[in-house]
Design a protein around this ligand. Sequence first.
Ligand SMILES: C[S@@+](CC[C@H](N)C(=O)[O-])C[C@H]1O[C@@H](n2cnc3c(N)ncnc32)[C@H](O)[C@@H]1O
Length: 227
Amino acid sequence: MEENKNTNRLHGRKKLYKLSDEKKSLLDDVLPKFIIDIDNNGHLSNFSQEQDVFLEIGFGYGEHTAFQAYSNPNIGIIGAEPFLNGITNLLKIIVKENIKNIKIYNHDAITLIESIKSETISRIYILFPDPWPKSRHNKRRIINESSIKEYSRILKKDGKIIIATDSKDYQHWILLYMQKSKLFEWLVHDANDWRTRLIKGPLTKYENKSIKSNNKPVYLMFKKNII
Ligand SMILES: C[S@@+](CC[C@H](N)C(=O)[O-])C[C@H]1O[C@@H](n2cnc3c(N)ncnc32)[C@H](O)[C@@H]1O
C-alpha cells in the first residue's frame, strides 16, 4: 500500500512519553508482522475474500480490538491507530494471547479507508473519537460529511457502524451528519437504546474515564442504506 500521504490530517499526539526499550522492540520486531497489507486493487491481502472483516478506528489502548479478535477468531480485525503507546499495548496483548486475526494500520485511518475496495468491511467501530469541542476545530472530527461517504462505500450491504461518545455536542453532530447523508439508518427503537452499551468486553480507557466522571456515554448503531 502507498505510504501515508495525508499525515497532515492527523491531529494530536503520536506518543505520550518516551518509549521504553520493551515498547521500542515491540514496534521494531513485532509490529511489522501485524501491519495490514492492501493490494493495488484495494483487496485486504491478509484476509480471505469470504471472511467478515471488522475495522476499529482510533483503538486507543486496543482493549476492544483485542476482545473482538479473541471472541471472533474467524473474523478479520483491523485496528487503525497512530498513537504509539496504544499500539504497543495492543501488540503486547496480541503476543500474550497469541492472537492471529488482527492487522494494524499505524497512521491516519482515513488514508487506510481510501485505499480499501468498496463493500469490503462488515462493521466499523469508532469508540470515543476525539471530540474536538472548539468550533474552529470541529473540522478535525473523524466523523464528518466526507468520511461518512467513505464509511458507507467500504461497508458491505447490511454493514454497520457503531459509535460511542460522551460528548453531547459530538453526538448531535454525528446524528445530524449521518441523517443528512441519507447513507445510514440509525438503529434505534426507544429513548433508552442509546444508553445501552452496544459493545462487549472490557471498558475502553475513555469509556471508563467517561463513566467515572458521571458523563454517561451514548452508543449509536447505524446500518448502511442501500441507495
Ligand atoms: C479519545 S481516544 C479514544 C481511544 C479508544 N477508542 C478508547 O475508547 O479508549 C481517540 C483515539 O483516536 C485516535 N485517532 C485520532 N485521529 C485518528 C485518525 N485519523 N486515525 C486513527 N486514529 C485516530 C487517537 O490517537 C486516539 O487514540
